[in-house]
Design a protein around this ligand. Sequence first.
Ligand code: ATP
Ligand code: MG
Length: 412
Amino acid sequence: MSYKAPKGTKDILPCESYIWEYIEKKARTLFEKANYKEIRTPVFESTELFARGVGDSTDIVNKEMYTFVQKDRSLTLRPENTAGVVRAFIEHGMHRLPGPLKLWYKGPMFRYERPQAGRQRQFHQLGLEIFGIESPSADAEAIQIAMKFLNELGLAGLVLEINNIGCPECRNEYKEKIKEAIRPKLREFCEDCHLRFEKNPLRILDCKNEKCRELLSTPEIDSVINREFICEPCVAHFEELKEYLKLLEIDYVINKKLVRGLDYYNRTVFEITSTNLGSQNAVCGGGRYDPLVETLGGPQTPAVGWAMGMERLFSLCKAPGQKPLDVFIVSDDTKEALKLASEIREHGISVDFDFSARKFAKQMEKASKTGARFALILREEELKTGELTLKNLATGNQEKVSPGEIPEKVNI
Ligand code: ATP
Ligand code: MG
C-alpha cells in the first residue's frame, strides 16, 4: 500500500515553503502598516453558520462543502473565512471595541471542487475585513490594499473589475427584470442557472458556463443591466467609490455582470484578475456585506472585505531565492560540533553540521551541497590551538579565526 496526498491537496515542500513565507511576511508587514490585526479562527465551524452566512443559493453551500457529523452535530471545514470571522466578531462582542475594526487572516480553506491548475480542494486564502464603516472610503481602502499587495509581489497584468449590485431592497426590481429577460431562453441555460433563477437570479449573470455566457450576450440582457434599477443611496455610494479610486490612481473597469458567488454582498463587489493566469484567472474577490453581521445574530454593522487565493499568487509572484545557510561545521568531534553550533546560533547565524564524525572530505562535500556560505572546520588541531578554520565556500579562501570573531566574519 502506498499513500498519496488526497486528490486536490498539495504538500508544500521545503523548496517552496520559503516562497509562502515570503508572501505571508509581505502581507503581514503591509496590513500592520494600515492597522489591520490578525485573527485566527477554527478551520471548522457549525454547518449552519455557512448555510446562513455564505448563503444556500451558492455553489459553495450546495456543492462544495466538506461536512461531517460528530455526536449529532453537523460541522463543516471552512470553505471561506468571512462567516467565521463574523461569528467571532459577534461572539466576542467586538462591535463594542472602538471602531472601525480592521482584521486580516490567512489559512487553509476547503471546497469540494474539480481539481485543476489553480483550483484545489484544500487551498489557502489571505483576506481582510473592515467592520463599522458605511462610507465607500472603506471599500476604497480595502481595494487599495489588495492592489498594493499584488503590485508589491510583482504580479503583472492585473485588472480590477467593480460593480454595484445595490441593496436587498432595490435589488428586487432588478432581479425581476433579469428574470423576465432570461425566462424565454431559460431552458437553454445550465442546470445551476435553473436553481439560481429561483434563488438568486443575479448570479446567472456571472455564470462561468460558456453556453450561458453566450445566452447572456444579448441586447435584451444588456438593456436590463444598463438601466439603473439601483436606488439613489446605492448609486451615490458607487459614485463616491469611483471618486476615491480616482484619487488613489487605481484603474478599474466596470463590469455590470459581476455579481460574485456569495449571497451576502450588497452595493460594491469587485474582483481582481491577472491576464497571466489561465482559465482560473481570479486572484482576489470581495465586496461589501452590510447585512451579514445582523443575519448571523449580531448588531447591524456595515462591513467590507476581500479574499485572495494564495496558490494563484504563488504561481505568479516573483519571490527572491531562498536564503542560504551561513555556516556548516566540519568536525571529527560530534560533541564539540553540537556545542559550537548552538553557541554560534545565539548570534543570529544559521548553522548546521554533520551528525557524524565521518571523513573530512565527505563532510566538506556535504558542506558544499547544502549551499552554505562558509565551512567552519574544527578538527583535533583546531581544538588544540583554540583557533578554528573558516573557509569561504564561494571563493575558496580560508583563514584562522577565534570563536569570538566568527559572527563578525560571517556577517560581512
Ligand atoms: P472562482 O470563480 O475561481 O471559483 P470564487 O468566486 O469561488 O472563485 P472566492 O470565494 O471569492 O472565489 O475566493 C476568493 C479567491 O480564492 C478566488 O479569487 C481565488 O483566487 C481563490 N480560490 C477560490 N476557490 C479556490 C480553489 N478551489 N482553489 C484555489 N484557489 C481558490
Ligand atoms: Mg468557486
